[in-house]
Design a protein around this ligand. Structure first.
Ligand code: HEM
Length: 580
């Protein structure tokens, strides 16, 4: 049967319509293969030995893998789906041609299956050789497994050990740059911050996986165009007028917290749980106009657990960019839907029951005055309100760690209490406005944000077209990079007695901060925290009211913590005994 008559037999409706392109390609390729075979036979009769080697299917597969690797190597972030699709369609066409030629199964195995395996094995080998021996990043120290695959980093992030491991590696090698992935480095250098995160820098590929149900929040978007518009919308939610409004709600919520601690009468409480629930309820109140019902037990008890699971899952997949790209074409995994469903029901509730509520969502619903654009409802809006809630919970992490530290460092707790006490005696009250300039309280919060920061891993960016030249080291264009916050903010180069909690470094002992550039608790540049002032107000208010009202004591055990992009704390039992 001729090729053209075979093609006539193929149905031209239904599923075959999708393969029309492939069908035409197959016919053309088959004709071409026919004529190439003719030509080769002719050539072979004149050069039998040479032809035997170079026309071997394995030789061709190796040559093709070399070409593919040469083409793909300079592409900064090759799109996995496109690469796989091209490979799949070419293979499909090739297999189709072999089938059309009605070849034996053994020939198909010899000419299709085995060369494919050779092709893939060669690609893997070439990639490993490039990553280990040719990449300009090979000069930087780091675990060997990290230079060949992102799996090393994914494993660390998924297990919550990432930022501690990175800190240990920087210390072990005493190096500002550590290679933590085939194309990824950690840069512990205060001087590099301004260069990496200046202007409209490109966000790292790490954020791609953070898209919830296909939509990114302001932090995850890698489009500077969208970010500029979205940031204007977000900033409207944090004007001084709005902050006053949130302050009143934060004061109410804190009074409730103080009352519930009073009721415990100095008994042991799981401080981590108390602060996590408080922070999530407050974040929900400020985002959706009603609390999440965690403290009064009316909400889903698994809410906090679903956040923890989601962050661990995200940490793992965000690092495996290829895998996360493929996952975006499959059904949302349960860990994601469970995480989203809690805050989505809060959003739906808000829209249904208090659409006029004056909260962060009310701003996110408005359009940007300059571009006349707004968040698309519901998914884009949900991704952003969800993010607001997540950021709100981060305050609880800093609070728990601060109370533990104050319980261990009685001199600091007493000094803070005395400042608050004399403030009250002078006629001051414990409102957000009244305590905002208390120097020792501010110093305590600064020190907590340095040592007890909820975001210890660092912000991921991609180096631009010109690379980054820091004099003593150079990063090539398109390197994925991050400044590891924990390592940086606990580095003796930048802070004297860096591991110690010493609020006085922010007051009378300023020389203990050797380089202020290394203090970036809220990030740096374009994407720096939009809710910074709100977070500081919340932290100051809760710490002031709790320390003014209670003597904080607790277990002297190591507090376990993991970081999945955002820190998650283990249990810490504290006692809050009323001062009187
Ligand atoms: C202790 C508390 C907090 C800390 C340490 C903190 C820190 C940070 C950091 C490090 C970033 C990332 C910067 C980057 O990716 O370049 C960030 C982003 C952000 N934070 Fe906070 N944050 C806190 C609380 C809050 C709160 C309560 C809100 C209020 C909703 C908030 C809103 C945001 C927003 C909207 C962004 C994204 C900014 C952007 O991409 O343009 N944060 N924050």
């Amino acid at each position: 049967m001729s090729l053209s008559s075979m093609s006539m037999l193929m149905p031209s409706v239904g599923i075959w319509e999708y393969f029309d392109f492939a069908r035409v390609l197959m016919i053309k390729t088959a004709n071409l293969v026919d004529s190439v075979i003719d030509g080769l036979q002719n050539f072979q009769s004149h050069n039998p030995d040479f032809v035997a080697t170079t026309t071997s299917p394995h030789f061709i597969a190796i040559a093709l893998s070399l070409i593919s690797c040469l083409i793909l190597a300079p592409v900064p972030e090759a799109a996995t789906i496109e690469v796989l699709f091209s490979y799949g369609i070419l293979n499909f066409v090739y297999l189709g041609v072999l089938l059309m030629l009605q070849l034996d199964v053994s020939i198909i195995i010899e000419y299709w299956l085995l060369p494919n395996l050779t092709y893939l094995a060669t690609c893997v080998a070439l990639t490993l050789i490039r990553r280990l021996f040719i990449s300009p990043l090979r000069r930087f120290p780091g675990p060997a497994s990290a230079s060949v695959s992102n799996y090393w980093m994914a494993k660390e992030l998924g297990a919550g050990t990432f930022s501690k491991t990175i800190r240990d590696l920087h210390r072990l090698h005493d190096a500002p740059v550590i290679r933590t992935g085939p194309n990824e480095v950690s840069v512990n250098d205060a001087a590099a911050i301004v260069k990496i995160y200046s202007g409209k820098y490109q966000r790292g590929s790490f954020y791609e996986a953070g898209k919830l149900r296909g939509q990114a929040s302001i932090r995850e978007t890698r489009s500077n165009y969208h970010h500029t518009i979205w940031r204007r919308i977000w900033d409207k939610a944090f004007t001084p007028g709005e902050l006053k409004h949130y302050a009143a709600q934060t004061e109410n919520a804190t009074s409730k917290l103080v009352n519930s601690l009073k009721k415990k009468g100095g008994e042991e409480v799981d401080c981590t749980k108390v602060m996590d629930e408080f922070a999530l309820d407050l974040a929900s109140q400020l985002t959706y106009g009603e609390d999440a019902g965690l403290q009064d037990g009316t909400s889903d008890k698994t809410y906090l657990e679903s956040i923890r699971k989601y962050l661990s899952w995200l940490g793992f997949y965000a690092t495996l960019r290829n895998l996360s790209q493929m996952l975006s074409y499959t059904r949302d995994p349960e860990v994601l839907t469970t995480y989203c469903s809690n805050s989505e029901s809060l959003l739906i509730n808000r829209q249904r029951h208090h659409p006029d509520s004056h909260d962060i969502t009310s701003h996110l619903l408005l359009e940007d005055e300059e571009s006349r654009r707004k968040f698309q409802v519901p998914l884009q809006l949900a991704a952003n309100t969800n993010f607001s809630l997540l950021m709100g919970t981060s305050v609880g992490i800093t609070l728990s760690q601060t109370f533990r530290t104050l319980s261990l460092k009685k001199n600091i707790q007493n000094k803070l209490f005395q400042e608050l006490d004399s403030h009250i005696k002078k006629g001051g009250d414990l409102s957000t406005e009244s305590i905002k300039n208390l120097p020792y309280l501010s110093a305590v919060i600064n020190e907590s944000l340095r040592l007890h920061n909820p975001f210890t891993t660092g912000v991921h960016a991609a180096i631009g077209e010109n690379g980054l030249d820091m004099g003593t080291y150079r990063l090539p264009p398109h390197t994925q990079v991050y400044v590891p916050t924990l390592t940086l903010m606990t580095d003796e180069k930048y802070f004297e007695k860096a591991e110690e909690y010493i609020p006085e470094r922010w007051t009378e002992n300023e020389e203990m901060v050797k380089d202020k550039r290394a203090y970036i608790p809220f990030g740096y540049g374009l994407h720096a925290c939009a809710g910074k002032q709100l977070a500081i107000n919340e932290l100051k208010l809760v710490v002031a009211r709790v320390v003014a009202g209670f003597e904080v004591n607790g277990e002297d055990n190591e507090m376990e913590w993991k970081d999945y992009g955002m820190v998650q704390l283990g249990e810490w039992k504290g006692r809050f005994r009323s001062r009187k």
